[in-house]
Design a protein around this ligand. Structure first.
Ligand SMILES: CC(C)(COP(=O)(O)OP(=O)(O)OC[C@H]1O[C@@H](n2cnc3c(N)ncnc32)[C@H](O)[C@@H]1OP(=O)(O)O)[C@@H](O)C(=O)NCCC(=O)NCCS
Length: 245
């Protein structure tokens, strides 16, 4: 009975993977489901992983790793049987994708070719990334260490990411850094080179105020009418923040 429920779960997961391939791969237009199952390397790797993972969880020795190795030979995609992968993963093209032993991948994630969810050294325990739901990871991106990629994030092609990625952000470069968060350029005091503070103008402004006060006091003490200097207030120039996206 336990075997049947595991089979049913694997079948339902693979069905979701095929739907993900159809939804997210423009090349699947006009292609039958049977053709996707027969010829999409990402589907082959996921089918093998789903079976190997179910066996691994049930404590079956050796076989899960053998399945994983055979899937890598066929698809160029290596997914450790112990990795935890949610529903609706789409791996486009496939070759060179590596998903390490303690990696965790949420639902509806997309990986392009050459993506590594890897460790950074010889440490033990949790050492691979956690990728939350609805994340897209561009081709050749390397995500290293026990970092968290927040839900809805996009990782640019060929990025090298070694720190956490905020949700709904776009990260590019090496080292990967956010260039968009919630669709806007990240704000910060160091990126506004236009609206810098002007200490000299602020000092003159303070002195002007003091002079005006003193002139008023002198005028009050003196019987003679005193000329009152016109002091034009200085204002710091304000405008839109160019870092605002
Ligand atoms: C990152 C990516 C997902 C775009 O995300 P986005 O949120 O739409 O971001 P934008 O296109 O607005 O780009 C944001 C900024 O990052 C830069 N950028 C985008 N992708 C980049 C990358 N891979 N490397 C370096 N910089 C990149 C853009 O030039 C832009 O710079 P700007 O702020 O100076 O204008 C996309 O560029 C990418 O790399 N996709 C992967 C696609 C892929 O692997 N395809 C393989 C198909 S086989």
């Amino acid at each position: 009975m336990a075997g049947f429920s595991a089979f049913a779960r694997v079948a339902s997961e693979v069905r979701r993977d095929v739907v993900a391939a159809r939804d997210r791969d423009p090349a699947s237009s006009g292609v039958s489901t049977a053709e996707i199952i027969a010829t999409w390397p990402g589907i082959h790797a996921l089918l093998a992983y789903r079976v190997a993972h179910a066996m691994h969880v049930s404590g079956v020795p050796l076989l899960p790793r053998l399945i994983s190795m055979l899937a890598r030979m066929v698809s160029g995609i290596e997914i450790h049987p112990a990795a935890i992968i949610g529903r609706g993963l789409f791996i486009d093209h496939g070759s060179g994708v590596v998903v390490g032993e303690t990696a965790e991948v949420g639902d509806n994630v997309t990986l392009y070719q050459g993506v590594t969810l890897g460790g950074t050294g010889f440490q033990t325990g949790k050492r691979h990334p956690t990728v939350q739901d609805n994340v897209t990871i561009g081709s050749g991106a390397k995500l290293l260490g026990p970092i968290t990629i927040g839900h809805g994030a996009k990782v640019g092609a060929n990025s090298v990411v070694i720190t956490d990625v905020p949700p709904n952000s776009t990260v590019v470069g090496n080292p990967g850094h956010p260039v968009r968060v919630d669709g806007r350029r990240p704000e910060g005091p160091d990126v506004d080179w236009i609206h810098l503070p002007d200490p000299i103008a602020e000092a003159i402004q303070a002195l002007s105020g003091r002079i005006a006060t003193l002139e008023r006091m002198v005028a009050e003490l003196s019987d003679e009418p005193q000329p009152v200097a016109e002091v034009r207030p200085l204002r710091t120039v304000r405008g839109p923040n160019p870092a605002g996206g």
